[in-house]
Design a binder for this molecule. Structure first.
Ligand code: BES
Ligand code: ZN
Ligand code: ZN
Length: 482
């Protein structure tokens, strides 16, 4: 596994190194006299709420907003960046009196906020400082869970950030297989499997939509099916069976409906859904959640070339529905249509897909929020709640019958793009809904992560670039079912 984390959290009973103190602006003012170099603090502009630090000889004061639910995560994030700037490698933090939920936000702030991707810098002095933070009075369960979840999130960030000349479809499918086998060796209390399918299988399965997207690629398409089933038979009768499905476009040029240059950059992140699914799958194993989980990754690139699929082609999907291609850049929904069809044969209780599906979702909700869609209101709300609890932002987008009309085709069962420029995130979601069988309609969720999966500036506990979004929300949701 790649490792760009560089932050060690240790449980400890004694203080070692610099002491971190989270402090609000008000209480800082009250302690003014006790802080030796308060002038320095003022110079640093502590008035910017939640955005100050001051270092005395042994103490690092970090600003904490009074009114912001993310305040602890942001403060921990700021603390780790300050330690790095100050080249301090040992610090301690006493968590006595801090609520469990806040403790987990602090740990996520350290572990996720300390991440940086510079995989291709050649200069040695760019290597990251190893920072150890000793935690006093930490809740052990929270420490264990946070480490597992953040390791998965950072792993996903690493893969999504990996450039497309390296992370091609072969690389991603082999990575999924290898890491699953490593986990299978380590976690013996569950049946863990990785089945990697390729073009010939997809041809047998008549996955005409997925295969069309792969037509011009130099690499095969892969459907990775990873599974986890606890061996313990105690609760196997009422254990929930879940499938998570991810869009794994290792690169999206747009195909023959080619993207303009400015829109093509960052499209290495179009594999964000499949990578999030892989990350959530690994975290589920390590947390030993009491659910059966199937992770399905649809992996290919969307290339141009003489064998490329065309606008005007009509494809026959695995569900036997015909699709008129009007734009080859709306490829994710074609890959997912067949992967969702595959998932519905697994006889599961819930199916959730994660995809960097539409620019329209980014327009609708902004860069930081995932769009949650489906036919089941309760399920959508439940997912949004899990996402918010986990530290991610998510909001529902409503389907309606008028928008559904916009994906009708004159010559096929459905068109792969809407006839209107409005509501594109929802019409893409409703396109996927066309491939969900009646008995699964209430059991399915679609999560559009096109905005938050990859943002070219720092935000919350996320660095510039890949965020690993989807992992925390998905794991929190799965935890609520176990
Ligand atoms: N991968 C893109 C969506 C995307 C856009 C992800 C921006 C992340 C950031 C997807 O395959 C795509 O190109 N969608 C088109 C659909 C259109 C042709 C109907 C889009 O959003 O423009
Ligand atoms: Zn596209
Ligand atoms: Zn795409």
């Amino acid at each position: 596994m790649l490792d760009t984390q560089h932050i060690q959290l240790k449980e400890n009973t004694k203080e070692v190194g610099v002491k971190i103190i989270f402090i609000t602006e008000d209480s800082l003012k009250k302690r003014k006299t006790k802080i030796a170099n308060f002038a320095l603090l003022e110079e640093l502009g502590y008035k910017a709420k939640g955005n100050f630090y001051v270092q005395t000889d042994k103490i690092l004061y970090v600003g904490l907003d009074d009114d912001n639910p993310e305040s602890y995560a942001n403060a921990a994030c700021l603390a780790i960046k300050s330690l790095r700037n100050l080249k301090i490698t040992q610090a301690n933090l006493d968590l006595k009196g801090i609520a469990k939920e806040d403790q987990s936000h602090i740990l996520q702030g350290f572990l996720l906020g300390g991440y940086e991707y510079n995989g291709f810098k050649t200069k040695k002095d760019d290597e990251k400082l190893e920072i150890t933070i000793n935690l006093l009075h930490i809740n052990e369960k929270i420490l264990h869970e946070s480490q597992i979840i953040c390791k998965s999130v950072n792993f996903v960030r690493d893969i999504v950030n990996t450039p497309p000349n390296i992370a091609n479809s072969v690389y991603l499918s082999e990575l999924a297989q290898n890491i699953t086998m490593q986990y299978a060796k380590k976690y013996k209390n569950a049946e863990i499997q990785a089945i990697i399918r390729s073009n010939s299988y997809m041809e047998e399965q008549k996955m005409g939509a997925f295969l069309a997207v792969n037509q011009a690629s130099n690499f095969p398409a892969f459907l990775a099916h990873l599974s986890y089933k606890p061996k313990d038979s105690k609760s196997s009768n009422n254990r929930k069976k879940i499938a998570i499905v991810g869009k794994g476009l290792v690169y999206d040029t747009g195909g023959l409906s080619l993207k303009p240059a400015d829109y093509m950059t960052t499209m290495k992140a179009d594999k964000g859904g499949a990578c999030a699914v892989l990350g959530a799958f690994l975290a589920t194993i390590a947390l030993e959640l009491d659910i059966e989980l199937h992770a399905i990754m649809g992996i290919t690139d969307n290339a141009i070339g003489k064998s490329a699929y065309r606008p005007d082609d009509v494809l026959i999907s695995r569900e036997k529905k015909s699709i008129e291609v009007k734009n080859t850049d709306a490829e994710g929904r074609l890959v997912l249509a067949d992967c969702l069809s595959y998932a519905q044969d697994l006889d599961v209780d819930i199916i959730i897909d994660f995809a960097t599906l539409t620019g329209a979702c980014v327009v609708a909700l902004g860069e930081y929020t995932s769009g949650v869609m489906g036919y089941n209101e309760d399920l959508k709300q439940k997912f949004v709640e899990s996402a918010l609890k986990s530290g991610e932002l998510a909001h529902t987008l409503p389907f309606n019958k008028h928008l559904k009309k916009l994906i009708e085709s004159k010559i096929a069962d459905v068109s792969n793009v809407s006839s209107s420029r409005y509501g594109g995130a929802i019409t893409a979601g409703m396109f996927l809904g066309e491939f969900i069988r009646e008995e699964y309609k209430e059991k399915w969720l679609h999560i559009d992560i096109a905005g938050p999966a990859y943002v070219e500036k720092e935000w919350s506990v996320n660095p510039s670039g890949a965020s690993g979004i989807g992992v925390r929300a998905c794991v929190e949701f799965l935890k609520s079912l176990s």
